[in-house]
Design a protein around this ligand. Structure first.
Ligand code: 13P
Length: 256
């Protein structure tokens, strides 16, 4: 398990240039928490200005195409993300799986394209409420991990920490209904087992983040839970005040 917690904001389809001031405030505050790795994934339109302004935090994309270039109107490739300053990309978010019909195989291909382009990657997985109620949560998520992660060959040269898995139960996203800590611990253990099955010892540096209604109040308990290597934060990452409170829950403020 990596030593420093990884706190990532996913702005989804939110933010115009007026929001850059908020991002800069997050960046300035993040610099006071050197033990926490902080990142933000703004919409495509803000990646370049945000990456140019950011000092302490990484900038990422929320999706990429599997191809490096070509006739794919409206899509953005992983090398294009890297070209405008992104250092990572989120793939397989449940909103993309649902809104765009993305399969595990497509998510895996996107993750491998991201790695080829030199980006870090956050692969999202998570069960629906129906799947949880049917007692299938662990099986569903384990299968997603097995089929969505980049192949062991694709990560042969990977630095530790370059790949993360985000466990985001679909029913906890944007609902204010956060998963119980004991359920998070159980699911992260199941995900860890699949990561080890995929990569063996090389998988030790793969962090598992929790996502779904993380906020200033619940962050400390979630981040302290066994196997939780960080958080993927939606709504609460849109304002510096709430996002910085989550960063503060993950680490200690430097006094320098
Ligand atoms: P919320 O934090 O708004 O629930 O969103 C979580 C999420 O989907 C992050 O990717």
């Amino acid at each position: 398990m990596s030593a420093s917690p990884y706190i990532v904001g996913n702005w989804k389809m939110n933010g115009t240039r007026a929001m850059l001031a908020e991002a800069r405030a997050i960046d300035r505050a993040a610099a006071r928490y050197p033990g926490v790795q902080v990142a933000l994934a703004p919409p495509f339109t803000l990646i370049q200005p945000f990456a140019e302004a950011a000092q302490a935090i990484a900038t990422g994309g929320q999706d990429c195409h599997v191809a490096a270039k070509g006739a794919h109107t409206g899509d953005i490739s992983a090398p294009m993300l890297a070209d405008c300053g992104a250092s990572f990309v989120i793939v397989g978010h449940s909103e993309r799986r649902k809104d765009h019909g993305e399969s595990d195989a497509l998510v895996k291909a996107k993750a491998e394209a991201a790695i080829d382009a030199g980006l870090g990657v956050i692969v999202c997985v998570g069960e629906t409420l129906e799947e949880r109620d049917a007692g299938k949560a662990e099986a569903v998520v384990s299968k997603q991990v097995d089929k969505s992660l980049p192949s062991a060959e694709a990560i042969a040269e990977l630095a530790p920490g370059r790949i993360s898995v985000a466990y985001e139960p679909v029913w906890a996203i944007g609902t204010g209904r956060v998963a119980e800590v004991e359920d998070v611990v159980a699911m992260h253990a199941a995900i860890r087992a699949r990561i080890t099955a995929a990569y063996g010892d090389k998988g030790e540096g793969v962090r598992i983040l929790y996502g779904g209604s993380v906020n200033a109040e619940n962050a400390a308990a979630l981040l302290a839970a066994e196997g939780v290597g960080g958080a993927l934060v939606g709504g609460a990452s849109l304002a510096a005040e709430s996002f910085v409170a989550i960063i503060a829950a993950a680490g200690t403020e430097s006094v320098a």
